[in-house]
Write a new protein. Structure first.
Length: 342
């Protein structure tokens, strides 16, 4: 047998064995009883969710008292949509059917290398624990086992579904930290900021600042000339500011190696976008061109120099991310776009 293939099989066996040990040892089983009441009707009572897997990846989500965003592993914000999807799932989850006796042993083995999801109340006390396995062959159900603090772990796995949804639930309980991170760059639904600045590093004459005090109280300034523009299109500026209600990056994964990220950060950015809030705190993102992944011709039949779909974004000085250009391109227009037309 090929050595690589033999090693592959050995790793599979070890992974399954480690998963089973993890599953058996993560909690005291107590007296085993069949349990199918997975749902948590009052999701507002959930204060913490911990998702872990057999590879020792752990995601801890904690409800914040001063924000609509949940905390992710203490130091970050979690994606609001992903948290809400879990809360909706646990509210509407229900048993679809039991697992046939002939499949039970295999299903438990699959669940053993799946995910563990612990739910805690606002006081930090455990509510329920899900052990989440794979989907059924028709992808309309998910194998799961329930554990409750007062009753221990269930002796029976179930095929679970969610009311009003056809599909499997496994992917909702993911443990990829970078995928859990909140993707918002600028979040000003009430436009409660006082300044927006756009720096064109390759074409400084296009750079501008907008000072905003609400309503029609606007000032447009040329960064290169360091002077205010006396006569500009107020409506166009106001429409532009609406873009900052919600600006998100695509992913915190750059798909670059550490050396490539360092090289990018130490190169020259194409643009810098900055927003200063009412308290004087400034948040910015530096945008860097990305090489194309395939050859695309421009209108003149010449290959585009840069990726037309994505651009790198660096936040907090060293966090390299990917942004979609259909989001960033409208933000990086030049100052001439606001001049009144004759």
């Amino acid at each position: 047998m090929n050595k690589n293939l033999r090693l592959f099989y050995i790793l599979i066996v070890l992974s399954i064995g480690a998963g089973i040990l993890w599953y058996m040892n993560t909690t005291d089983q107590g007296e085993l009883k069949p349990q199918g009441d997975f749902a948590i009707a009052d999701t507002a009572s959930i204060g913490k969710i911990v998702i872990s897997d057999a590879d020792q990846n752990v995601i801890t989500l904690e409800r914040a008292s001063d924000s609509r965003f949940w905390d992710l592993n203490k130091d970050y914000k979690a994606r609001e949509d992903a948290v809400n999807l879990i809360l909706k799932t646990v509210k509407l989850i229900q048993v679809k059917t039991t697992v046939p006796q002939t499949q039970k042993e295999n299903v438990i083995r699959q669940i053993a290398i799946g995910k563990r999801v612990d739910f805690y109340d606002l006081n930090g006390d455990p509510i329920k624990t899900y052990f989440v396995g794979t989907s059924t062959q028709d992808h309309t159900g998910t194998y799961m086992v329930l554990e409750k603090p007062e009753e221990g772990r269930s002796s029976e796995p179930f095929i679970m579904q969610m009311q009003g949804f056809t599909g499997f639930l496994t992917t909702r309980f993911f443990t990829d930290f970078e995928e859990w991170r909140y993707t918002g760059i600028f979040d000003f639904p009430e436009l409660d900021f006082k300044k927006v600045e756009v720096l064109h590093h390759e074409h400084p004459e296009r750079s501008f600042e907008i000072e905003y005090n609400g309503g029609n109280d606007l000032k447009l300034k040329s960064v290169l000339l360091d002077k205010y523009i006396p006569n500009f299109d107020t409506l166009r500026v106001k429409d532009y500011l609406l873009l900052y209600k919600k600006v998100h990056l695509e992913t915190h994964k750059s798909y670059l190696g550490a050396a490539q990220e360092d090289s990018l950060i130490n190169s020259n950015a194409a643009y810098t976008l900055g927003v200063t809030n009412k308290d004087g705190l400034r948040k910015k993102v530096d945008l860097y061109w990305k090489n194309p992944i395939s050859v695309i011709m421009d209108a003149n039949g010449q290959p585009e120099k840069w990726d037309m779909a994505r651009i790198f974004g660096v936040v907090k000085g060293d966090d390299v991310t990917l942004c979609q250009r259909f989001v960033t391109d409208p933000l990086t227009i030049g100052i001439s776009a606001f001049m009144k037309q004759d």
